[in-house]
Design a binder for this molecule. Structure first.
Ligand code: FRU
Length: 430
C-alpha cells in the first residue's frame, strides 16, 4: 500500500509523525469501535491479587512465546484488599502461566530486588537461547523516604524457565538502568509543565523487514514556554504525549541509544501509554492506550485503544479509522477496560486489556475515587478482561467479537465462529 492510499500524516516528512487535533476531533463511538459490555467473571482466577497492565512473554519476532506448552504473562499487581486507587504506589510485577490459555496460575513476584520504589509496565522477551529478559519502568527512587514519581527504563537479564517439575521462572536477575529522558527529545520531570510526566512502559520490537532492534516507550515532547507550536497556546502545549524509541545497534537487549520519537501528539493528548507495534501485511500498526481526561481542551476522547499505520517503522503514520480510535468502552460503562495490548493470532488481531471499573452510574473516575471504600472495591475488576477480536485491513479496523475472561488462545488454536459468521452459515443452511 502506498502512502497516498494510507493518506498523509502531519509532517509529510519521514521519521516523525504526529496525531493532529483535526484527526482527533473525528473521534466518535461507532459499531466497529465499541467493545461489548463486560460482566464480572463467575469465579476469580487469582483472588489474592488485583492485576492491571499485563504483557506476554514474546519471541524476538513478536509472536507470543510457548515454553514447553506454557503461555506466560506478567502483570502489575497489588494485594486485592488494597484500595484500587492506591495500587500504582505499590505495584509489583508478578508472573502467571497457563498450559491451556484459559486457567492461569500465580508464579509469584518476579524480582527480589528490583530498581525503583515500585514497578510499572513493560514487556518481556524470550530470546532465541531460552533466556528471559524483562523490561520495566522503575518508578520512584529506591531508598527515598517519600513516594517519588521519577521514571526510568530498566532491563533485567538473567531469567530462565524450568519446566522439569511444573513451571518455574527464576534468576539470578541483574537490573540495568537502560534509559533516562535527555531533556531534548524527551521531557525530564523538572521540565514538565503539568503534574503528569511520563517516561515509561518499554516495549521490545524487532523489525521483521530490517532486522533492527527497537525499544518503544511512553514519553513527552519538551515544548518550551513561548514556543509557537499550537499557535503559541500554552494551555494546549502542555498536552505533549509522545511515543519514544531507542535502538540497540547490536541487538543486545540491554544496550540502547535514544532516537527521535516515532510520533507525538502535541496539543492533542498528554499520555500515549504502552506503545506497541503489530506488523501485518507489510504494514506497521502502532497502538497506544489513552484516557478521556488526558485529551487537550477542545477535544473529546475516551479511555480507549488508539492506533496508527505506516509503511515502515519510521513512516508517516496515519490514524486508523481516520481519528485513531480502535476500541473503546461502551458509553454506559466508560471505564470497564484499560491498558489494551494487541497481538496477532491467525488472520485476526487480538486485544487484551484488564477489567477496570464497572457498574457505573454516570460517574467519572474522579467521582469514583470519592465513593466509600467498599463501593470502590466492589466496582473494581482487577483481573484480565475478555480479549477483543479485531479485523484489520489497511487503515480500517472492526471489533468482530470477544473471548472469555483470561482466555488467551494457544498458538494455532482455532477461535469460535463470530456471531456474524454464525449468521452467515445459518443463511447458507436454509
Ligand atoms: C497504564 C499505566 C502505565 C503505567 C502503569 C502504572 O495503566 O499508567 O502507563 O506503567 O499504569 O500503574
Amino acid at each position: 500500500m502506498t502512502n497516498e492510499a494510507l493518506g498523509e500524516g502531519r509532517s509529510g516528512t519521514k521519521g516523525r509523525a504526529g496525531w493532529t487535533r483535526e484527526q482527533a476531533s473525528r473521534i466518535e463511538r461507532t459499531d466497529d469501535t465499541v467493545a461489548p459490555i463486560v460482566y464480572p467473571p463467575q469465579t476469580e482466577q487469582i483472588p489474592e491479587v488485583h492485576i492491571w497492565d499485563t504483557w506476554f512473554l514474546r519471541n524476538r519476532d513478536g509472536t507470543l512465546a510457548t515454553v514447553d506448552g506454557y503461555r506466560v504473562c506478567f502483570s502489575l499487581t497489588a494485594p486485592s484488599d488494597l484500595l484500587p486507587g492506591k495500587r500504582h504506589d505499590v505495584a509489583t510485577i508478578r508472573c502467571f502461566y497457563s498450559d491451556d490459555g484459559r486457567n492461569w496460575h500465580n508464579a509469584g513476584p518476579v524480582f527480589e530486588e528490583p530498581l525503583g520504589q515500585r514497578q510499572w509496565a513493560g514487556s518481556a522477551l524470550y530470546d532465541d537461547d531460552g533466556s528471559v529478559y524483562l523490561f520495566y519502568t522503575a518508578a520512584g527512587e529506591e531508598g527515598a523516604e517519600d513516594l517519588t514519581y521519577t521514571q526510568r527504563i530498566v532491563g533485567a537479564g538473567g531469567g530462565s524457565i524450568d519446566t522439569a517439575d511444573g513451571f518455574a521462572l527464576s534468576g539470578p536477575w541483574t537490573h540495568h538502568e537502560l534509559l533516562q529522558p535527555d531533556g531534548d527529545r524527551y521531557e525530564r520531570e523538572d521540565q514538565s509543565r503539568r503534574m503528569i510526566y511520563t517516561f515509561r512502559d518499554p516495549w521490545f520490537f524487532e523489525d521483521p523487514e530490517t532486522g533492527e532492534t527497537w525499544l518503544l516507550f511512553e514519553a513527552n515532547t519538551p515544548v518550551p514556554e513561548g514556543s509557537d507550536v499550537c499557535g503559541g497556546d500554552d494551555a494546549l502545549q502542555e498536552f505533549n504525549g509522545s511515543v519514544g524509541i531507542a535502538r540497540s545497534p547490536t541487538g543486545d537487549p540491554l544496550a540502547w541509544e535514544l532516537e527521535d520519537p516515532l510520533l507525538d501528539a502535541v496539543g492533542v493528548n498528554q499520555e500515549l501509554e504502552r506503545p506497541h507495534v503489530v506488523y501485518r501485511d507489510g504494514l506497521y500498526y502502532l497502538f497506544i492506550s489513552s484516557h478521556l481526561h488526558t485529551f487537550a481542551p477542545g477535544l473529546e476522547g475516551f479511555d480507549a485503544l488508539y492506533g496508527f499505520v505506516a509503511e515502515d517503522l519510521r513512516g508517516d503514520y496515519v490514524p486508523l479509522n481516520e481519528s485513531g480510535l480502535v476500541a473503546t468502552n461502551p458509553e454506559n460503562a466508560p471505564f470497564q477496560s484499560y491498558s489494551w495490548m494487541a497481538f496477532p493470532h491467525s488472520d485476526e488481531v487480538l486485544v487484551q486489556s484488564f477489567f477496570n471499573y464497572y457498574d457505573f452510574d454516570g460517574e467519572t473516575l474522579d467521582e469514583i475515587a470519592h465513593l466509600s471504600e467498599s463501593e470502590q472495591m466492589r466496582r473494581f475488576g482487577g483481573s484480565l478482561g475478555p480479549a477483543l477480536r479485531l479485523e484489520v485491513e489497511g487503515s480500517r479496523t472492526r471489533i468482530i467479537g470477544s473471548l472469555g475472561h483470561w482466555h488467551i488462545p494457544l498458538a494455532g488454536e482455532t477461535l469460535p465462529l463470530t456471531d456474524r459468521e454464525l449468521i452467515r452459515r445459518g443463511k447458507h443452511n436454509d
